[in-house]
Write a protein that binds this ligand. Structure first.
Ligand SMILES: [Zn+2]
Ligand SMILES: [Zn+2]
Length: 102
């Protein structure tokens, strides 16, 4: 269970206008928005607004997958890795949406 305060979650979601900050999709019953720690809790990241972002479950999973993959390759768990993970998923999602037909 996360100890992140409910109030902070609400604030982060409002700041993001109820959208995923990676893929831009709105939060719905089928697209659950979660709170990601840019510097993860496991590495000392705090529950502060500037360390938090609003992301959907799908993007969230991909960010952590990327971080874990890099850690398995013996990358250092530093800010450059955490930011790279976010950018990686952002670019991946944007490239995908270019191919989507409306
Ligand atoms: Zn997303
Ligand atoms: Zn996270």
């Amino acid at each position: 269970m996360s100890k992140l305060k409910h109030q902070i979650r609400i604030k982060i979601r409002q700041r993001a206008k109820n959208r995923c900050e990676i893929c831009g999709r709105h939060g719905t019953k089928h697209n659950i928005l979660t709170t990601h720690h840019i510097k993860p809790r496991a590495f000392g990241g705090e529950n502060k607004e500037d360390n938090l972002m609003c992301v959907c479950e799908e993007c969230h999973r991909e960010i952590h997958n990327y971080i874990n993959t890099q850690l398995h390759k013996h990358r250092k768990p530093d800010m450059s890795l955490f930011k790279e993970a976010i950018n990686y998923v952002k670019i991946k999602k944007n490239e995908f949406s270019k191919w989507k037909v409306d």
